[in-house]
Design a binder for this molecule. Structure first.
Ligand code: ZN
Length: 248
């Protein structure tokens, strides 16, 4: 058991490609999307944060990084295919052992997310001038604390149903878009001992991760996803009886 009073060790992973290639994205996220997310998480007294990016050796997740991570936050988009299967397998094992995973926005197609879901992660999308209204379906849930009945993002990319995910354990947000679509935009699953949260907002050309409600949801999700346990990911031990068995 991990001492729950010790800080939650968060690794914020991002592809960090759009920020290098698109001046508009650089302007919004000069320290990268991972830098923006690490920035607001790092202000919390109960959270310690590090970052990792695709182009670092082992995508920044080699050595003991995953062993020392309680919650992994993931943002990927244009280079899902460049993430090594070996690193994905390691991260998946850590989730099954009890590490939390928060998959953001276009990470609906990230290997780590689809491999844990077992489904396509496919959806409809449109980059336009939609407003997004996120309805809070579970006001009692730890992840929705501080969020009212709904909140709005002035401009976001539209994601529409059907969304290729298994039925969530808990559905926390449904989004409505100006164009008329709806989307399951905040959902949780358990896989092994790990907790997973998918949260939809966060298109790279928009300042979504600077918005207070979005930061609140992600911060709450980090605390929720921290199980404080580490179990074996895959053991099938032969078991001796606890009580004497009757003679055959
Ligand atoms: Zn996007």
């Amino acid at each position: 058991m991990i001492n729950m009073s010790s800080p939650i060790r968060v690794t914020v992973w991002s592809e960090y490609r759009h920020e290098k290639n698109n001046p508009k994205v650089t302007g919004i996220y000069p320290e990268g999307i991972h830098g923006a997310i690490a920035g607001f998480l790092g202000k919390q007294a109960d959270i310690t944060v590090r970052t990792a990016t695709l182009d670092e050796p082992d995508h920044g997740l080699g050595g003991s990084v995953l062993d020392e991570t309680d919650v992994l936050v993931w943002w990927g988009h244009m280079a899902h295919g460049e993430v090594s299967d070996e690193i994905v397998a390691k991260a998946k094992t850590r989730v099954l052992e009890g590490m939390g995973l928060i998959a953001l926005h276009s990470s609906h197609k990230a290997k780590i997310f689809t491999s844990l879901m077992g489904t396509s992660g496919s959806l409809k999308w449109r980059m336009s001038t939609d407003k997004e209204r996120l309805w809070n379906l579970m006001p009692s849930h730890p992840i929705t604390q501080g969020i009212g009945e709904y909140f709005e993002i002035a401009n976001e990319e539209m994601y529409g149903e059907p969304f290729g995910i298994p039925t969530p354990d808990e559905l926390l947000f449904i989004s409505w878009f100006t164009g008329g679509e709806v989307f399951r935009s905040g959902a949780t699953w358990n896989r092994g001992s790990g907790r997973i949260f998918y949260f939809r907002p966060g298109h790279e050309t928009l300042p979504t991760y600077h918005q207070a409600e979005v930061q609140t949801v992600i911060t709450n999700a980090v605390r929720w996803a921290h199980t404080g346990v580490r179990t074996e990911a895959d053991v099938c031990p032969k078991s001796e009886p606890l009580e004497p068995l009757p003679e055959a």
